[in-house]
Write a protein that binds this ligand. Structure first.
Ligand SMILES: *Cc1c(COP(=O)(O)O)cnc(C)c1O
Length: 351
């Protein structure tokens, strides 16, 4: 067995609504607001697309998701050869780590970011450098100081999970201008669709200048397809050609591929979802206690407190399952009804 597995454990999900109800004797509805899923669900067109392909379940998928590739290529205006799909971004992160990292290599990222960057690096026996947060968000200058010619990968998460914070186009551009040009910079934009900030990066544009800037996006969050597992990376065709060697031949299922195409085609629905999310998000920041919340560009709010368990329990009491962290609680923005209940709790909580 790989020795490094001794320092890791399998992903621990939170308790399900049913398990929590039984454990705490809670009556009434419990809402899962712990994993940043889109409670509204995907576009209604997704269900139609799935139904239209139900008679093909015995066929393997087309390797490399060619129909979805065409759709994304057109949507983003990038060449088809520059896209690689995974069973969720989780698998994309795994494939890149597996393709690039060898024992003793070094990755640089932030502390308090998406755990899969660390996890996969350790599996490949790479060393992980975690740069402390600055003002609750990614410290690009701090990361730059840690990057040198030995660095194999840099992971940036924008907006960042779990903090919800973002860095701007100018900050990313200045970072890419100074990072050694052979160091791949992976930019995870899982929450891209929820962003409303005007100065958020146009990463596709930056890719025209920087061959080492790679972009990751997913159908799990705003598109509401977390259960179907589709994510992708946009990179140079040289990088994609190599990473594709790692990809399990039938990783994205047939149904997932058609569901993602249908979701992508319904941009009006996506706009409606993100508009509602922005409206609800604003309500959290309109209360005085929002000085305890990190500024969010996502579908979640990170509440800073040294009593995360107490806050988690109070939110559970109003029917909302959130996600506690050592220095706070991450709340996925839900429907209006739950948000109002959570805001009442946040108004009277003793931070
Ligand atoms: C949710 C999330 C992912 C994983 O998404 P999947 O496509 O569902 O695997 C990746 N990165 C970040 C930052 C996320 O929050």
């Amino acid at each position: 067995m790989k020795k490094q597995l001794q320092q890791l454990s399998a992903y621990q999900p939170g308790l399900s609504p049913q398990a929590l109800k039984e454990k705490f004797g809670i009556e009434g509805e419990l809402y899962k607001l712990a994993s940043n899923e889109n409670l509204y669900g995907p576009s209604p067109r997704v269900k139609e697309a799935i139904e239209a392909h139900l008679d093909e379940l015995f066929y393997y998928p087309e390797t490399g998701s060619p129909s979805l590739r065409k759709a994304i290529s057109k949507h983003l205006n990038v060449d088809e050869s520059r896209i690689l799909f995974g069973a969720g971004l989780d698998e994309v992160i795994l494939m890149i780590s597996r393709a690039v990292l060898t024992p003793g290599d070094k990755i640089v990222t932030s502390e308090a970011t998406f755990g899969q960057y660390y996890h996969n690096a350790i599996v490949e026996s790479a060393e992980v450098v975690k740069v402390p947060l600055k003002n609750g968000g990614f410290d690009l200058e701090g990361i730059l100081k840690e990057v040198n010619s030995d660095t194999s990968l840099v992971w940036l998460c924008n907006p960042n999970n779990p903090t919800g914070t973002y860095f701007s186009h100018d900050e990313l551009e200045s970072f890419l201008e100074r990072v050694p040009s052979h160091v791949p910079v992976l930019i995870d934009e899982a929450y891209f669709e929820f962003v409303t900030a005007e100065d958020y990066p146009d990463t596709l544009k930056l890719q025209e200048r920087f061959d080492n800037a790679f972009l990751l996006r997913t159908f799990s969050k705003a598109y509401g397809l977390a259960g179907l597992r589709v994510g992708y990376v946009v990179a140079t065709n040289e990088a994609i050609e190599k990473w594709n060697i790692i990809r399990p031949p039938f990783n994205v299922t047939r149904i997932s591929e058609y569901a993602a195409i249908a979701a992508l085609e319904d941009q009006d629905y996506l706009k409606e979802i993100t508009r509602k999310n922005a409206k609800e998000r604003e309500k959290f920041y309109n209360i005085e206690q929002s000085k305890h919340f990190l500024p969010s560009q996502t579908n979640f709010v990170f509440v800073v407190t040294d009593k995360p368990q107490a806050l988690y329990n109070e939110l559970l009491n109003v029917g909302c399952i959130t996600r506690p962290f050592p220095n706070g609680v991450r709340i996925t923005i839900g429907f209006e009804e739950q948000n109002n209940k959570m805001i009442e709790v946040l108004k009277q909580f003793n931070y």
